[in-house]
Ligand binder design. Structure first.
Ligand code: 1GP
Length: 252
């Protein structure tokens, strides 16, 4: 529970937590080390590593890089059972509860659980709710499941509640990496008002203002990925962190 507790404490202390998603396909070498250190200095609370589709073999090397370059936690955000590594601190044990594809609800988990046990990393049971976002995202396509319609906050809310009753520790509202439209504030509010476990929101967040809007709506953890693939945007990481950390407006 070490990493889960770290997230809870961060939410308590700073208002909300800010995680950066690292894509092993687009971040490697010196650029990766530079980016990771810059994130740490700018107030990021941890990293998610992984993705729905991975073309490179840079998954474990990138986690190692996080461990060598920073003191921040490396949390696996798995797109498949190949994305398990003892080098990480934890893994989001994702069940795609928005869909009805048994393989992504429990099937892959049966195969992955002994591997996670062997790796000795902390599994954090997470309800993964894919939300319609204007385009067919990689996550929707790869999971072979239907997302929650974006104008149906009540469906997301009761799905999240069922997941919480099943014992899941986090709710992840996912518009999908590079989404045109973010998860709506109405949907975040409905989920946050229905559940007691922390709500993660990600997908298509490209400005500190939008990040703050999502926190104001009830998000406890904000994830951004794509936006920082462009090095020109790196200087904005601190602004994102400050926007998310509403209890501590000045990042040190
Ligand atoms: C994807 O929620 C994350 O799982 C991040 O999305 O890459 O669009 O920021 P972006």
């Amino acid at each position: 529970m070490k990493i889960y507790n770290h997230l809870l404490n961060t939410i308590e202390e700073k208002g909300a937590a800010y995680l950066v998603l690292l894509d092993p396909d687009s971040l490697s070498g010196d650029k990766a080390s530079k980016f990771l250190r810059h994130c740490e200095k700018s107030g990021v609370d941890g990293f998610l590593v992984g993705g729905s589709l991975m073309m490179s073999t840079n998954f474990e090397p990138l986690i190692k890089k996080v461990k060598v370059s920073t003191k921040l936690p490396a949390i696996i955000f798995p797109g498949s059972i190949n994305q398990i590594s003892p080098v990480a601190d934890a893994i989001l044990f994702l069940s795609v509860v928005s869909g009805r594809n048994a393989d992504h609800l429990i099937g892959k988990h049966v195969i992955a659980s002994p591997l996670i046990k062997k790796a000795g990393i902390e599994p954090i049971s997470t309800a993964y709710i894919l939300v319609e976002s204007g385009i067919t995202t990689t996550a929707v396509y790869m999971s072979g499941s239907m997302p929650v319609p974006r104008n149906k906050p009540e469906i997301a809310a009761v799905t999240a509640l069922a997941a919480e009753y099943l014992g899941m520790k986090l709710i992840y509202l996912e518009a999908g990496s590079g989404a045109d439209l973010t998860v709506s504030d109405e949907m975040i509010e409905a989920v946050a008002n229905t559940c007691t476990v922390p709500v993660i929101v990600g997908g298509g967040i490209r400005s500190p203002l939008v990040a703050r809007e999502k926190v104001n709506a009830g998000a406890n953890i904000i994830v951004t990925g794509n936006f920082f693939e462009d090095e020109n945007n790196w200087e904005m990481i601190r602004e994102f962190a400050s926007a998310v950390h509403f209890k501590s407006p000045i990042e040190v």
